[in-house]
Design a protein around this ligand. Structure first.
Ligand SMILES: CC(C)(COP(=O)(O)OP(=O)(O)OC[C@H]1O[C@@H](n2cnc3c(N)ncnc32)[C@H](O)[C@@H]1OP(=O)(O)O)[C@@H](O)C(=O)NCCC(=O)NCCS
Length: 197
């Protein structure tokens, strides 16, 4: 059984805004197509580069977005420019799998990924009440591994997959996420005291 999102809504965190993919404008859709065509991004993602024309890709992704076990967002930066895509797929009553592509190289290693992931995790654990969010990445993608580790994901299993690459399964249980939130709130409420000497 799935725990589908009723109607996806915009989510914000820090500099990023997650916009349901069905609401992206034409400019953003052209970037989506470029990201999906990019051979390096396809390799990092473990998929073949997309060869579909834009109109068909849009139709496919929009149809996917209507599935009750999936929710897909465009990631917009502080200039409201589309920089990538993030989704939860295979959403069940207690768990879902997270996928993310920041397609703009200019935005890599600048914290946009973790901000987008946190926005979606908040929705996953709060709105959907999931018990665990998992993801798959490759051992030869240290940037992704570092970003996922930063938001609380931990490695649980490695497996050699087709092509000889190593798939890494990472999970983030609900209680770990809630504890991280509690600590963050505590830091906000009790800022470091100035030196009293
Ligand atoms: C993976 C991804 C979501 C991470 O988002 P991000 O915004 O780039 O993440 P961060 O800003 O946290 O940067 C990643 C961290 O990895 C570090 N890093 C980058 N390259 C690294 C490398 N080769 N080895 C080790 N660490 C590396 C960065 O320094 C940064 O750590 P820091 O903040 O402590 O300095 C994003 O880069 C992306 O989408 N890349 C292309 C597609 C992809 O790989 N998707 C994931 C498929 S599973």
């Amino acid at each position: 059984m799935t725990a589908a999102f009723a109607t996806p809504r915009c989510l914000t965190n820090g500099r990023v805004r997650l916009q349901p993919i069905t609401e992206l404008d034409n400019r953003a859709w052209r970037r989506v197509a470029q990201h999906f065509r990019d051979p390096e991004i396809a390799f990092l993602n473990g998929t073949p580069p997309n060869r579909l024309p834009l109109w068909l890709l849009r139709r496919v992704l929009r149809a996917d977005a209507r599935r009750r076990d999936r929710v897909t967002y465009g990631i917009l930066d502080e200039q409201d420019d589309y920089i990538g895509t993030i989704e939860l797929y295979d959403v069940r009553t207690d768990r879902a799998t997270l996928g993310i592509i920041i397609g703009e190289r200019s935005h890599w290693s600048r914290g946009y990924g973790p901000e987008a992931i946190e926005a979606l995790l908040d929705e996953a654990f709060e709105a959907l009440g999931l018990q665990v969010v998992q993801l798959h990445t490759f051992a030869d993608n240290p940037r992704a591994h570092a970003a996922f580790h930063k938001v609380g994901f931990r490695e649980v299993r490695r497996a050699t997959v087709a092509g000889g690459r190593t798939d890494v399964l990472m999970t983030l249980p609900r209680h770990v996420w809630l504890e991280r939130l509690r600590r963050r709130e505590q830091r906000v409420l009790q800022p470091a005291r100035p030196d009293s000497r």
